[in-house]
Design a protein around this ligand. Structure first.
Ligand code: PBG
Length: 326
């Protein structure tokens, strides 16, 4: 048979395939979320995230040194605050001596070049487990009061030395408010990685176990986006960029590859995607049952997320993959 074109030629050997691969993962692509708890010298495995841990600050520092040596350049911090500090104002979130602020300083002291990103939302500090301040009469999350609280939280992270604040709350107008506050307080080098298109998703379940931060009532659908919507994601993202976001994010990742691509095509800032806790848990569970090969599933998943348009990927598999690639 005479064929003008034989497409399989560029698939013939592993070497040729690697020569023509359009998408290649590197440790530079990754943001590693890390969970921190109060105390000393202890680590706690998260039940719904096997192989993933919450660490005390001393253990976190050891881990961060190792991550840097593996080529991971950026960590996204989440803290589990004690129940005694939780209330409806979230005021522990801007305590200059709070666990988050101490952690930021300690990481920057130990590994100054590590890019420290911090989650900005009230849920770990809220007695109701919501990302904002609750109107106790109606159960509605108050927008403007929450933005005010989160502005204080953001400034305290910047003062402690954070490189990027990462607002995950989905309140209206927050990016503009944070940018203005950062400018007015001289933090002109602090970036904003905005969770711009964050969907109300069941895939966050294991994360809420990790921080003991599940909403005490209702759900997050009055602030996080409806997964039925695509155009709304563009609207949110374009507004965040206009208000000063340096990097935008789509979350979760695997069920939202269309949104990642849509946003990548529409914007000129870096796009990130968050491969969330439930996505981690699904792969771990299937691997444990012997139904999927963990390593192959992880590489295929993360490569697909990058191929869809993510310049950066926040993933709990970052360390494993960095080790694999190393
Ligand atoms: C808090 C926050 C959540 C996640 C990141 N920041 C949970 C939520 O919105 O309920 C989820 C991360 C994950 O599932 O891995 N606002």
């Amino acid at each position: 048979m005479y064929l003008q074109r034989r497409n399989r030629i560029t698939r013939r050997t592993a070497a040729i395939r690697s020569l023509v691969a359009e998408t290649v993962l590197t440790p530079n692509d990754f943001i590693l979320p890390i969970f921190i708890q109060e105390g000393k010298d202890s680590i706690h495995e998260i039940a719904s995230m096997p192989g993933y841990y919450r660490r005390t600050l001393d253990k976190t520092i050891q881990e961060v040194r190792e991550l840097w040596s593996l080529g991971i350049k950026s960590v996204l911090l989440f803290v589990k605050s004690d129940d005694s500090t939780k209330d409806n104002t979230g005021k522990e979130s801007w305590n200059p001596d709070g666990l988050m602020q101490r952690t930021i300083k300690a990481i920057k002291d130990a590994v100054p070049e590590m890019i420290v990103m911090t989650d900005v939302a009230l849920d770990p500090y809220s007695e109701y487990g919501h990302d904002g301040i609750v109107d106790v009469k109606t159960g509605y999350i108050l927008n403007d009061e929450t933005v005010e609280a989160l502005t204080k939280m953001s400034l305290s992270h910047a003062e402690a030395g954070a490189d990027f604040i990462a607002p995950s709350d989905m309140m209206d107008g927050r990016i503009g408010a944070f940018r203005k506050a950062l400018e007015e307080n001289g933090h002109t080098g602090v970036g904003i990685l905005s969770y711009s298109a964050k969907y109300a998703s069941c895939f966050y379940g294991p994360f809420r176990d990790a921080l003991d931060s599940a909403p005490g009532f209702g759900d997050k659908k009055t602030y996080q986006m409806d997964y039925a919507n695509r155009i709304e994601a563009l609207n949110e993202t374009l507004q965040d960029i206009e208000q000063g976001a340096d990097i935008v994010m789509v979350k979760p990742a695997m069920a939202y590859l269309d949104i990642i691509r849509e946003i990548k095509n529409a914007v000129t800032v870096p796009v990130s995607a968050y491969h969330v806790s439930g996505e981690y848990a699904m792969i771990k569970a299937a691997a444990k049952m012997g139904w999927l090969d963990e390593q192959k599933t992880v590489l295929e998943s993360l490569t697909s997320i990058k191929r869809a348009g993510a310049d950066l990927i926040a993933t709990y598999f970052a360390k494993d993959v960095a080790q694999l690639l190393g």
